[in-house]
Design a protein around this ligand. Structure first.
Ligand SMILES: [Zn+2]
Length: 313
């Protein structure tokens, strides 16, 4: 009797260990490639730089779409249900993510969870006004959310991503850190090159359709003198347009920056009246066909310089 009891216990223990081993094998098999869902294509690009061939990243917002007003689709929920990691811009930028994260029913994917990354964590924010969403459009109340457009912020963003990747994929932690160091070194070289190229633009005033550029402006000492939008997400009235015309004339503003997906009507009106130039710049990788963050920034710098050069001819 005692013997039988012991034998059953041994069998049970063997069974339990077997279950543990197969569970471990399953999780390492599932992690053969780390599936990362990002809200934007920029974050996807950062994940690819540091994750290399160990990750497969998908952006919910596709190139050319408006990330700040995105409405999640059924396939986003499916992807999140099987994702190993979710990476967001944070602040007021991708507030639409919270609801769909709760819908997954996965506690690790919500704020504070092991598979959740807010890339804005530890970023030194500009234009913090408080108040969050209010009025029309999307406010930038929690701080201007376009922080990835300062290449120096890539160190913090990729730091947040690598910390999470190393947490969920311990065997490859060193790999991710090495990838990050290599990426930041090449980005530093590019940043110096961009700084040199933009030097002649220092102090020259320009307008932007949406307030996308304070981080870029701080890094490269660009002088954005105002926005075409009356406030984030709200197009200007006729009276505001005529005030902008006066401002452009008196402050000698000859270039307006807009993204490919922003409305053309008001910007075209302003440049035609004054013979000014439009510089089409992207805030998200792929809006202009770029495949990576560095390529997008390269295109942005090139297009900005071209608009100023055209104007001086
Ligand atoms: Zn914005």
């Amino acid at each position: 009797m005692i013997f039988k009891f012991r034998r059953e216990r041994v069998i049970f223990r063997a069974f339990f260990i077997g279950v543990l081993i197969s569970a471990t094998c399953m999780s390492s098999a599932a992690f053969a490639v780390i599936k990362v869902v990002t809200t934007t294509t920029d974050l996807k690009s950062f994940v690819e730089y540091v994750g290399g061939d160990k990750v497969q990243a998908i952006s919910m917002v596709l190139p050319g779409a408006e990330a700040e007003d995105y409405a999640p689709k059924p396939q986003d929920l499916d992807r999140l249900k099987t994702a190993n990691l979710v990476v967001r811009v944070g602040l007021d930028y991708d507030l639409w993510l919270d609801r769909i994260l709760r819908q997954t029913g996965r506690p690790e994917l919500v704020k504070g969870g092991a598979a959740y990354v807010d890339a804005s964590n530890a970023i030194v924010l500009l234009e913090v006004k408080g108040g969050g969403i209010g009025g029309g459009g999307h406010a930038h109340g929690a701080g201007n959310p376009h922080y990835w457009l300062d290449p120096n912020n890539a160190a913090v963003i990729t730091g947040n991503i690598v910390e999470a990747l190393a947490r969920i994929d311990v065997p490859n932690a060193k790999y991710y850190e090495k990838q990050r160091i290599d990426f930041l070194a090449s980005l530093d070289r590019k940043t110096l090159e961009w700084q040199e190229k933009l030097e002649p633009l220092r102090g020259k005033p320009l307008l932007t359709y949406h307030n996308n550029w304070p981080y870029l402006a701080r890094r490269f000492r660009l002088n954005f003198a105002g926005t075409v939008e009356s406030r984030p997400g709200v197009s200007p009235s006729a009276a505001e347009l005529s005030r902008l015309l006066t401002k452009m004339g008196s402050e000698k503003i000859h270039v307006i920056v807009k993204r490919p997906q922003e409305p053309n009507r008001e910007v075209n009106f302003l440049v035609k009246k004054l013979g000014a130039q439009i510089a089409v710049l992207s805030t998200s990788v792929g809006d202009d066909g770029a495949k990576s963050y560095i390529q997008m920034m390269d295109n942005n710098i090139k297009n900005l310089l071209a608009a100023f050069n055209k104007n001086s001819k």
